[in-house]
Structures are given as C-alpha cells and as structure tokens.
Design a binder for this molecule. Structure first.
Ligand code: SF4
Length: 427
C-alpha cells in the first residue's frame, strides 16, 4: 500500500497492438507488435547493388544486435541485387521504397521480408494497390512511414485537415501534426479497402517533442504496431540525446514496437544505442557487460577516464554474459556501487581495490587495475558458465576500507594500523 500522501506510478504497460511477422526460414522469423519484444533496426549506409559490401554491412549490424536491417532500393540494380543478398543474410531485410512503386514490386519478387512505403512520395492509388496486392499474396508486411521531411503539401486545405487543425489548435506544430495524421488516415483507407492489415506505422520528425506527440496520437487512433524514430537526429553527440528524449518517453508510456535510431555516423552506434535504451528501460534482456562508472570529481586519484575507456573496449571484446561491472573513482560511492555489481573496482591513491560479488579479491597498483579487473571478470564469467556462480548474487556484504581517515573520520583507525591506507594521497 502507498504511504500516505504518495501514489506509486509505475511505467505504463505496453500498448496492445496487432502483430506482424517478418523473415523466413533462413533468417528466422520475428514478430513486431503484440507481445513481441521491441525490435531494434538500422539501415545500411552503402549501396545495395554492391552486393558483397552490402551483405558485409548487414552482417556487421546483425552481430551488433540488430533484429532487422533496412536497405535503400532507389534503382533497379538495387532490387536486382536483393535476390543474391537475401540468400546470404541471417536477419530480416526491409526494402526502403520511395518515388518508384515498381521498386517495391521488384523487391517483393526478390523475396524481401518487408516493404517501407512513404505516403509523401508514393500516393497514386493504383500504384499503392499493386504493392498491397503483391505483399498480400506473399504475406509481406508494409510499413507506412510518414516523415515530416517528405510531407510537402503543407498548404493542403482538405476538410479533414481543417477538422484536425482545430483539434490540434494551440500545439506549436499543430498544422504539421494534423497533416501527418490526415496523410496516414488517407493512406490507411487504401489498405483497408483491400482488407490489408499487415501494417506497421511510423511518423518521424526531427523534433523530439513532436515525435512524442504524434506517436501518442497515432497510438490512440490505430492498433497497428509502431516503428519509433527521431529522423535526421544529427551526429551521435546530439542525436543520442534527441533520440533518447523522444523514444524513452514513448516507450515508458507503453508506446512502440520497434525502433530505429538515426545518426549521421557509423550505424553500428544506432544498433548499440537502440539496444541500450531498451536495456535501460527493462524492455530487453541485456546482452554483454553493463558498465557503471563514476564521472570523477575532485577526489579522484587515478586516471579514471582512460581506465574506463580501456575497460569498456576490453570487456565488450572479451565478455559475453551481462556481468555488471563498476569502475568507481573513490571510496565515497565505490562501496555502494560495488555492492550492486558483480565485479567492481574502486580506486584510491594510485591503487584499486577489486571486489567480486562483494568479496575483496585484490588491492593493486593503478597500472595493474585493467588487467586484474579483466581477469576477475573472465574468471567470474567462467564460473557463471560452469554454474558455480550466479549473475547478480552477492556473496558477502562489502566491508570497505576506511581510507577517508586523513580527511577526518578514520584518522585514529589508520594511525592505529586498523585499516588499509589505500586511497589517501600522500601530501
Ligand atoms: S566515486 Fe568518488 S571520485 Fe567518483 S564521482 Fe563519486 S566521489 Fe568523485
């Protein structure tokens, strides 16, 4: 029961949607929507018709954890390449189609797993019908992807727009919101007339606040799975913040069935950051190490930034299990984080004390911290794999050293030789 005056408000339950399936026997089949986990997507940056490079790029993303990879098919030679690409990949592939509905038909013919259509540039009813019929025959889902950037009829005066415009009056992007919703409704009507419901919807913008509002509206209006994204989010440095702001808000509100982060940088980061959002929100089971590190402050007595960078790279390369590792700068927050971590180090005066599940295992000079921490992580992982240890268990309560003595509280103990003098810089 809540204590008086408090109401516990947990994260919203996931919104119920229809479910679509993508993939085949070779790639494996994945569900989007319904009770399926939220999937992470990215898109290739190279040319699809460069088959070997395209396959290699897709494989790189798959290995990083991408559940689905999208490829651009602007030209006939791209859809022609799809047949060969689809024989070689192990992850469902989406063909991104703009302007030319024929590319969608060719991609379907090649055996593509999903089509993305943009209502902003393929809106001839007969053409859309042809794509729908082809996809229906082969049970291929279609994502209807409305992008703010490709909505061009901003002065559209249709009646529905006026109605929606009133509804969104007062919203700073009310006209655009109304236009995107009107576009979607109009487009969906074509699909419904064909009794086609293997649909995923997206409505991206570069404005995170608008992304939150538009997806919230769409989630209220339609029961199709939603593909989330902040489009043209910029370089990773700023794009990450924009994406996390919008996507985390939506997911915490129960909205979203698959996502793509869009960075103007190596797309491997899109996959990693997309997964990280889901891990952080508890929506996917973490794969690989969870690294906790302090930001450092005026108490720091080792080169923690370098250490953390090296630890991150080494652990990502050498540890598979989701071990929680804490790299802390000093005794202030070190013991607390070490208690919650499987393997932890907290540093002091050019030294580091290493703990494994609460048990102190080493006290080493700074230059040995990296190797020793890595060794302890590997040993711990091996023990978990042999069933001798369990992730998240704490064997003993941490009994921290009392190194702040020279700053006050433990001076007597240190002077009496009762504690290790490990984190106090000699002055
Ligand atoms: S753990 Fe220590 S060094 Fe790191 S931020 Fe906290 S107080 Fe500062």
């Amino acid at each position: 029961m809540d204590p008086p005056g408090y109401t516990f408000r947990p994260m919203q339950a996931r919104r119920k949607t229809r479910q679509v399936w993508i993939g085949d026997d070779v790639t494996g089949r994945k569900a989007i929507g319904g009770d399926a986990p939220i999937l992470v997507q990215t898109m290739t940056a190279g040319y699809t018709h460069e088959i070997d490079a395209c396959v290699a790029e897709i494989e790189r993303y798959r290995q990083a954890g991408a559940d689905v990879v999208r490829v651009a098919v602007p030209e006939r030679k791209d859809t022609e390449a799809l047949k060969e690409i689809l024989k070689q990949v192990r992850v469902p592939i989406v063909a991104d189609v703009h302007f030319h509905y024929q590319r969608a038909l060719e991609a379907v013919e090649a055996g593509i797993h999903k089509i993305r259509l943009n209502p902003g540039n393929i809106n001839d009813r007969d053409q859309v019908n042809k794509v729908i019929d082809a996809c229906k025959e082969r049970k291929i889902p279609i994502r209807i992807g409305v992008n703010e950037g490709s909505i061009i009829e901003r002065k559209d005066k249709q009646k529905r727009m006026e109605e929606l415009g009133k509804y969104f009056a007062g919203h700073k992007s009310g006209h655009l919101l109304a236009l995107m919703i009107a576009k979607l409704e109009e487009y969906l009507e074509i699909f419904h007339a064909r009794d086609f419901h293997d649909i995923v919807i997206s409505a991206k913008s570069m404005d995170p606040a608008l992304v939150i509002d538009i997806y919230t509206e769409i989630a209220d209006r339609f029961d199709y799975p939603l593909h989330l994204g902040v489009t043209h989010a910029g370089p990773k440095s700023t794009g990450a913040i924009r994406s996390v702001a919008a996507l985390s808000t939506l997911i915490a509100n129960g909205i979203g069935d698959t996502l793509r982060i869009s960075y103007a940088s190596d797309h491997i980061d899109e996959v990693k950051d997309g997964l990280e959002i889901l891990y952080c929100l508890g929506k996917r089971e973490r794969k690989g190490v969870e690294l906790i590190a302090c930001p450092t402050c005026g108490r720091i007595q080792v080169d923690l930034f370098t250490l953390v960078k090296e630890v991150e790279v080494k652990l990502a390369a050498e540890i598979q299990l989701p071990i929680k590792v804490a790299v802390m700068g000093c005794i202030v927050n070190g013991p607390g984080e070490a208690e919650g971590a499987d393997v932890a180090v907290f540093a002091g005066d050019r030294r580091g004390i290493i703990y494994v599940q609460g048990q102190r295992v080493a006290n080493v000079p700074e230059e040995e911290i990296l190797d020793r921490l890595l060794k302890e992580c590997k040993d711990f992982e091996a023990r978990v794999k042999r069933g001798e240890a369990k992730l998240g268990d704490k064997v003993v309560d941490i009994v921290p050293p009392d190194p702040i003595g020279e700053l006050g509280s433990g001076a007597q103990k240190i002077n009496a030789g009762l504690v290790e003098k490990v984190t106090v810089r000699a002055t």
